[in-house]
Design a protein around this ligand. Structure first.
Ligand code: SAM
Length: 227
């Protein structure tokens, strides 16, 4: 039996990595990562030189067998993603389930993730919240946005910069009253931004920009929240 380590890596700032993550990544036989070029930057920064192989959403099913073969051979290995914690809107779940089913040990090395960073930074209630991940691009999108508009607790959504304005517009269409939101962009990076306020004001702010770039998490307060 072997150990499959699930290791959290920075969501932007290369310094956001734990001592334990570095220790584990330096000790395993092999590392599965989404994009070998992206992960090489991080690993080289910490002088970690290990064999890497790609494990992303397009080869995840196929690579699970490869991961099991490595573990079955008694070799400990790690999974990392391009950012944050594997398994959260990133590959990981299938391999973790298969490793459990085959009697291997799963050890998570906790660290940064965009959800908790954004929800805490938002200053909106974070005692309870729903994580919606990425909304579907077409079918079912409207239904999910309606449900967010109806939610009594905070919701967290991952959104791309080119869809953020349309997302805020649709949310505004379904919200009966104006709603507190926080658009968290480029967290932990040089141009980090927290655009917090009532939905209509935040939407107006984004609409006047010539373009929106970077990675985005939207935090939407529950419908009865006011301040
Ligand atoms: N596994 C990651 C985690 O633990 O948060 C999430 C991976 S998901 C493919 C990537 C999405 O996470 C981005 O499109 C964005 O919505 C969010 N994200 C990741 N890094 C971010 C950052 N530095 N600032 C804001 N959002 C970020």
């Amino acid at each position: 039996m072997a150990v499959l380590y699930i290791v959290a890596t920075p969501i932007g700032n290369l310094k956001d990595i734990t001592h334990r993550a570095i220790e584990v990544l330096s000790s395993v036989e092999m590392i599965a990562c989404e994009d070998t070029r992206t992960s090489s930057v991080l690993l080289q920064h910490y002088q970690i030189d290990k064999p890497l192989f790609s494990f992303h959403q397009h080869n995840e099913h196929h690579k699970v067998d490869h991961i099991l073969n490595i573990l079955n051979a008694g070799q400990n290995m790690a999974i990392i993603s391009d950012a944050g914690i594997p398994g959260i809107s990133d590959p990981g779940f299938l391999a973790i389930r298969a490793a459990h089913q085959n009697g291997h040990t799963i050890t998570v090395i906790p660290g940064p993730d965009a959800i908790t960073t954004a929800v805490v930074a938002s200053g909106l209630p974070c005692d309870r919240f729903t994580f919606e991940g990425f909304l579907p691009p077409k079918k079912g999108r409207q239904t999910r946005i309606k449900a967010i508009a109806e939610s009594e607790i905070t919701t967290v959504v991952y959104e791309s910069p080119h869809k953020i304005i349309r997302f805020l517009e649709m949310l505004n269409e379904f919200c009966v009253d104006d709603r507190w939101v926080c658009v968290a962009r480029e967290l932990t990076k040089k141009f980090e931004e927290l655009n917090r306020g009532l939905l209509q004001q935040v939407l107006a702010d984004f609409k006047q920009r010539s373009s929106v770039k970077g990675e985005i998490v939207v935090v939407i307060a529950g419908k009865n929240y006011s301040e």
